[in-house]
Ligand binder design. Sequence first.
Ligand SMILES: Nc1nc2c(ncn2[C@@H]2O[C@H](COP(=O)(O)OP(=O)(O)OP(=O)(O)O)[C@@H](O)[C@H]2O)c(=O)[nH]1
Ligand SMILES: [Mg+2]
Length: 297
Amino acid sequence: MGSFKSGFISILGRPNVGKSTLFNRILGEKIAIVTEKPQTTRNRILGIKNVEGAQLIFLDTPGLHEGGTELNKRMVKTALATGRDSDVLLFLTEATSPPMEEDRQMLERLKVSKGIPFLVINKIDLVKKETLLPLMDQYQKLFPFEKIIPLSALQGDGIEILIEEIVRVLPEASPYFPEDMLTDQTERFIVSEIIREKVIQHSYQEIPYVTAVAIESFKEFTERNLVVIQATIYVEKESQKKILIGKGGQKLKRIGELSRKEIEAFLEKKVFLELWVKVEKNWTRNPKVLDSLGYFS
Ligand SMILES: Nc1nc2c(ncn2[C@@H]2O[C@H](COP(=O)(O)OP(=O)(O)OP(=O)(O)O)[C@@H](O)[C@H]2O)c(=O)[nH]1
Ligand SMILES: [Mg+2]
C-alpha cells in the first residue's frame, strides 16, 4: 500500500465549455450552477472528492474571457490565480470546436502555473469519434499537456478515467479536509446562486450579465423545519428591472417559485422566499459594490 495522496485540482477554460457540469458530476451533487449561457460562474468554488487512498480537492472557476467590465476582469483574475496555485490544472475545451485564439492566449498565461496540465476535451457526446484524434493533435502542438482525456460531463463518460489519472499524479499528502466535508461554500452562497441561475435561465440578452443576488436575511425556524429567506436581485437599469419583474409581476413570481423548489430540495426544509429587484447603476464596473457582493479581485 502506498501512502495517502491529496491535492488541489483547478478546472479552467473558456466560458460555457462545461466546467461546472464536470465539477458537479465528479462530486455527485449540484454545488455549482449551470446554464446554457456563457459567464455563469463568477467565483472560485471548492469541492472535495474522497476516493480510496486519496482526497481530491476540485476548484471550479469562472470562464476565461476578454471582457470590459471590472466584474469580467475580476472573474478572469480569480480563475488564473486559482490555476497558478493548484497541483493539477484541468484545461477544459469542447470537442465541437478547434482551439480558439482565446484558448491560445489563456494557455500562454497559464505557462507560469506549477500544476501538472491535463487537457480535458468535453462534450464528446456531440461529435463523431473520428474527429477527436485530429483535435488532440492540434492541442498537443499548442501546449505541453501531460495527458489528454476526452469525456462527456453531461453523460458521465470518461469521469472514472479522469479521476484515476489525477490520483496517479497527485502529491503524497495527508487529507486537507475532513472526510465528510463536500464544499467550503456556505448555504447562503449556494442559495444566492440558485436564484441567480433561475434568473439567467429565464432572461435574455444583457440581463444574465448584469444580475447579482444578495441574501438579505436567512432565518431558520428549526422546530417548524422552515427557513425564511429574503433576497435582492440587482440589475443595472430601470428597464432591466421592469423586464425581470414582468407583466403583473409574473416573471419574478415564476423565478421565485422555481428557486424556492430547488432551495427546498437543497436545504431539505420548507422555504419561504421573498425576492426584491433593485437597480444599482453600473454595479459591474463599481469596485465597491463588487466587493460588497463578494466578487473580490
Ligand atoms: N452535450 C453536452 N453538453 C454539455 C456537456 N457538459 C456541459 N454541457 C452544457 O454546456 C452548457 C454550459 O455548461 P456549464 O457547466 O455551465 O459551463 P461552464 O464552463 O461552467 O460555463 P461558465 O461558468 O459560464 O464559464 C450547459 O448547457 C451544459 O448543459 C457535455 O458533456 N455534453
Ligand atoms: Mg461554470
